[in-house]
Design a protein around this ligand. Structure first.
Ligand SMILES: Cc1cc2nc3c(=O)[nH]c(=O)nc-3n(C[C@H](O)[C@H](O)[C@H](O)COP(=O)(O)OP(=O)(O)OC[C@H]3O[C@@H](n4cnc5c(N)ncnc54)[C@H](O)[C@@H]3O)c2cc1C
Length: 428
């Protein structure tokens, strides 16, 4: 048995680690020079930025487990903060030191920035969803669900909407309420630690994909970067994989490409027509990351801070997180009018907003905007996502878009990679 893993993002590297750890020969093909895909390091002016600012949560059990397995210590590489929800000057909620879901309910009871009646309505909504096992008889949009549950406009704007956009990268009017409830179930009601926020202290390639590559190599596998696969063909009961450096044959393939690249390989193989069609039907949502480099003394009042009625949703203090003093990273998730702005203009507006909200700020020394136009699939109600197992024997799909309970996240990518590897190992 020898396995080709196509794509060295979190899904592909999770698959490769799982296989290599069991002594299965594995080769990873990654087109880029840097591992990590949609969660990777981007160098700018000698500063290691990320293509996107990422938040992990305590519920990312499989990501944390694999990080430990490859020697990337989560305690060192992630800043763990008990759930706190701070929308600057408007709302703050801190989970209490109580078992879930009491930690959240008590947090809602003591939150500041909304009348008690509205906070209690939010608590009642959580309890009602809990009673029905976080399952809806029929999927709908998050906006419809919140409306049917009498959530106030204020709690929607300050809590549910930012939570929905952060987790599903899809606006509430278009987002799947069932997937949102899955996130509430596993993030807010599965033990207090599950809701902890985990903020990266290292760049996203160093967080997992690079130590994973070292682990795979140490266990006899290969990780080839700068190797764009150009064709995957059935050949003699297995598969031939072609890239610039030549052609190799494998017994199994795990296709861990982003959905918008996987489609091109799937359409060529008739047994994969259904998967190709499901991938073709996916729509995407963007995420913009705006980095502003200020003098080193500039810092935010908290490592992560939310904003209401602003262009940006979250800002991160890279000084507090990873020692990049003066670097403030801002996130704008999901679609919006900001997509029409030139990058320079967007940087200028984000700086203006930070200054308005936080008070005096010097002019930034530099600005870098990274627009990921297809950051994740649009997580809409009743979405049909392709399964990992395909009708083609020994050809599996992995990636954040593969059918699961979760939206497009690091954890769904990692789980899909582990799942595909386990099918091959016969331990699924
Ligand atoms: C800006 C941004 C912010 C995000 N924020 C969060 C967050 O806060 N929390 C969270 O959990 N998730 C977040 N996500 C989502 C998360 O990054 C993705 O769900 C996850 O990285 C997807 O991993 P993947 O392995 O499925 O796909 P990818 O990361 O896309 O990996 C696929 C790999 O395949 C490679 N490839 C493509 N074509 C070829 C080819 N022909 N040959 C070889 N290799 C090829 C690509 O280079 C890539 O490395 C964010 C995403 C973005 C873009």
């Amino acid at each position: 048995m020898n396995v080709a893993v196509i794509g060295g993002g979190y899904a592909g590297m999770a698959a490769a680690v799982t296989l290599a750890g069991r002594g299965t020969p594995v080769t990873v093909f990654e087109a880029a020079r840097t591992l990590g895909g949609r969660a990777r390091r981007v160098e700018y002016r000698d500063t290691a930025l990320d293509n996107g600012l990422h938040i992990l949560v305590g519920a990312y059990g499989e990501t944390l487990r694999l990080m430990r397995e490859v020697g990337a210590d989560p305690e060192r590489l992630l800043l763990r903060l008990p759930l706190t929800w701070r929308i600057h000057g408007r709302f703050s909620l801190a989970a209490a030191r109580l078992p879930a879901p009491l930690h959240l309910l008590a947090g809602l009871a003591t939150a500041r920035g909304a009348p008690l009646a509205e906070r209690l309505a939010a608590a009642r909504f959580m309890l009602r969803m809990r009673r029905q096992g976080y399952v809806l008889p029929q999927d709908m949009t998050v906006a419809s669900l919140l409306e049917s549950q009498s959530q106030s406009a204020r709690m929607t704007r300050l809590l549910w909407q930012p939570l929905c956009v952060s987790a599903l990268n899809t606006p509430p009017r278009a987002a799947s309420a069932q997937v949102f409830l899955n996130v509430l179930r596993d993030g807010l009601d599965a033990g207090r630690a599950a809701s902890d926020l985990l903020l990266p202290r290292a760049d996203l390639s160093r967080l997992f994909p690079e130590p994973a590559a070292e682990y795979v190599t140490a266990h006899g596998g290969s990780v080839l970067t700068g190797q764009r696969v150009t064709a995957i063909d059935e050949s003699g009961g297995g598969f031939s994989v072609r890239c610039a450096s030549g052609e190799q044959t494998f017994t199994h393939v795990i296709c861990a490409l982003p959905p918008y690249h996987a489609g091109a390989f799937l359409v060529g193989i008739s047994a994969l027509a259904e998967a190709a069609e499901a991938v073709e039907c996916l729509a995407y949502q963007p995420i913009y990351s705006v980095y502003l480099g200020y003098p080193p003394a500039v810092r935010l009042p908290h490592p992560m801070l939310g904003f209401d009625n602003a262009l940006l949703q979250w800002a991160f203090d890279r000084g507090a997180l990873s020692g990049q003093h003066g670097v403030i990273g801002s996130v704008i998730s999901a679609e919006g009018p900001h997509q029409d702005l030139a990058q320079e203009e967007l940087g200028r507006l984000v700086h203006q907003e930070l200054r308005q909200q936080l008070g005096m700020l010097p002019e930034p020394l530099w600005c870098r905007v990274i627009a990921e136009k297809r950051a994740t699939f649009a997580c809409t109600p009743g979405l049909r996502r392709p399964a990992s197992r395909t009708p083609l024997r020994n050809f599996l799909l992995a990636g954040d878009y593969v059918a699961s309970d979760y939206p497009g996240t690091l954890e769904s990518a990692v789980r899909s990679g582990i799942g595909a590897a386990r099918v091959i190992l016969g331990t699924a």
